[in-house]
Design a protein around this ligand. Structure first.
Ligand code: HMG
Ligand code: MG
Length: 286
């Protein structure tokens, strides 16, 4: 039997959060429901963040309440603090994600605090989630490059990732937030992180700004990673990372996995149809 690779679908969250025009709640729900019927095991649905910071995700509660909950899918949401966690719990999110950064500049712009302050803010959230039995995923952004601070030292990525892992995150997703990583810088970063965390507890989260995401995923596969974040139709970007284009397209990642002989459980024909639909949700100037 071939080895399994998990594709963690980001389209509804990372994909849509940067859209300038508000995507109607019904269309967000439609996107998630289509993805649920396509074989994904993990879908990041929305973010319980401040609507002043990310207006596109202001309907998080309505989206979570409106989607069909396929029994074999884990529905995940972003939660930057206890307020977000409490709202996520209310709508029975299957798992939540905290999002930190390996660079100070991005941490301040994205969540309005230093890296050290963000860790302190995450601790009570993690405690509550553990009490409630809700798994917490941890993101580390800017793993090779930061739009504000320049190159990120691999040791800093390893340090922040290890801190989140030791605090109880079940998996650390390593974010090339602005898609500036190369196979060389991603490889060096992974070598540093792998001294602290085993490969099966890591995920690769690549944006495709410079068209190198697939090569970066290949390097990550060689280093033993088996979970990758991607967005159907290549939707995406981060409002606090200028220049960050879409996540790597799920279709392209699926094709790579198929070529390499990995199993994903995802229906390629249905995915192609969803990619066409996803592209209709984009505003013209996005
Ligand atoms: P702040 O202004 O420092 O927070 O923002 P605050 O605690 O002072 O609260 C300010 C206001 O926000 C208050 O409302 C709070 O109630 C409200 P007001 O009294 O002014 O009316 N508030 C909230 N409302 C709803 N849900 C909440 C929440 N928390 C506070 N959870 C904060 C700090 C973290 C809230 C803010 O900076 C924020 O929401 N940032 C989110 C930014 C974001 O979502 N960025 C995109 C996701 S990260 C990403 O894309 C990267 C990733 O894909 C990986 C990669 O690519 O590297 C994950
Ligand atoms: Mg991202």
């Amino acid at each position: 039997m071939s080895e399994f690779v998990t594709l963690f679908e980001m389209g509804p969250r990372d994909g849509l959060q940067n859209e300038k025009t508000f995507v109607p709640t019904a269309q967000k729900i439609d996107l998630v429901d289509r993805l649920s019927a396509c074989g994904f095991r993990k879908i990041e649905v929305t973010s319980f963040v401040s609507p002043k910071w990310v207006p596109q995700m202001a309907d998080a509660q309505e989206v979570m309440e409106g989607i069909y909950r396929h029994p074999s899918v884990t529905y995940a949401v972003l939660t930057p603090n206890v307020k977000g966690y409490t709202a996520a719990k209310k709508v029975s999110a299957d798992e939540v994600a905290i999002f930190g950064s390996a660079s100070e500049g991005f941490s301040r712009k994205n969540i309005n605090c230093s890296v050290a302050e963000s860790i302190e803010r995450f601790k009570p959230l993690l405690e509550k989630a553990h009490e409630d039995g809700i798994p917490v995923r941890g993101y580390v952004s800017c793993v090779t490059d930061c739009p504000y601070d320049g190159a990120t030292p691999p040791e800093k990525v390893a340090e922040v990732a290890k801190t989140l892992f030791d605090l109880g995150c079940y998996e650390i997703s390593l974010g090339d937030t602005i898609g500036a990583g190369t196979p060389e810088t991603i490889g060096r970063m992974l070598d540093a992180v792998l001294t602290a965390i085993p490969a099966d507890k890591l995920a690769g989260h690549f944006h495709d700004t410079k068209g190198r995401a697939i090569e970066n995923i290949e390097v990550s596969l060689e280093k033993g990673l088996r979970t990758f974040d991607s967005a159907v139709g290549g939707l995406g970007g981060c409002p606090y990372a200028p220049g960050a284009k879409g996540n790597v397209a799920t279709e392209a990642v699926l094709d790579l996995m198929t070529r390499k002989g990995f199993e994903t459980g995802i229906d390629r024909a249905k995915l192609a149809e969803i990619a066409d639909f996803a592209r209709t949700l984009r505003s013209v100037d996005a």
